[in-house]
Design a protein around this ligand. Structure first.
Ligand SMILES: Cc1cc2nc3c(=O)[nH]c(=O)nc-3n(C[C@H](O)[C@H](O)[C@H](O)COP(=O)(O)O)c2cc1C
Length: 189
């Protein structure tokens, strides 16, 4: 069966919830359907969502991928869909399917910074920028496989990681103070 790859950009048709308020319910729903269906049809790639924009890249057998894309095109949860890549491929370059929340993903923020882009607007990406995005999906895929189920650490906001480190340091310092106080009570008082 022939293989193909496909990328598109689109705009959410729902009111986007601010990233700090957690996963947007519409996106969570899309994610769970996509995980189930894409695994069944052996479609691999990634979906990036940020602000109110989507970028999706998929690889797989032509028949399955075209059927899936037809359903995606008819989905009322997004609009202004622009097909960026639609072409045959010899081999798959991605073995899994993943999803990223753009505002929380350091790799995409760095990519936007490097490209001098002030917002995530994939419909305006050049062919080279599209390939760079696909490269990020590929790299994230390799990271996740090598972490073997350790979880998508990248989707944890950097601020949360910093808070957690500060908390750990705070607990250690409190413990040391307590030990010091106990030692003082025993040996000095
Ligand atoms: C931005 C976006 C991306 C989507 N990506 C996928 C996908 O990768 N695979 C998929 O099966 N459905 C995807 N969907 C959902 C489909 O449009 C459709 O709702 C779903 O395939 C229906 O599946 P069901 O018949 O199993 O309920 C996406 C929808 C949106 C809005």
């Amino acid at each position: 069966m022939p293989l193909m790859r496909l990328a598109y950009a689109s705009e959410a048709a729902f009111e986007a919830r601010p990233a700090e308020k957690g996963m947007e319910p519409n996106v969570a729903q899309i994610l769970s359907t996509s995980r189930r269906n894409n695994a069944k049809h052996e479609l691999t790639g990634g979906l990036y969502y940020g602000g109110d924009r989507f970028f999706q890249y998929l690889e797989g057998e032509e028949k399955d991928l075209r059927e899936t894309y037809q359903r995606i095109l008819e989905d009322p949860r997004h609009k202004h869909i622009v097909t960026l890549i639609d072409e045959p491929i010899e081999n798959r370059s991605i073995s899994r399917w993943s999803m990223k929340y753009v505002p929380l993903s350091a790799d995409i923020r760095h990519f936007l910074e490097d490209e001098g882009l002030d917002s995530f607007d994939p419909a305006a990406f050049s062919a080279r920028q599209c390939e760079s995005m696909i490269e990020l999906i590929r790299a994230a895929n390799i990271d996740e496989s090598s972490m073997a189920g350790a979880g998508a650490d990248d989707d944890v906001p950097e601020e949360s990681r910093a808070t957690s480190v500060c908390l750990q340091i705070g607990v250690i310092i409190s413990g040391l103070c307590l030990l010091g106080a106990l030692a003082y009570t025993f040996f000095v008082v």
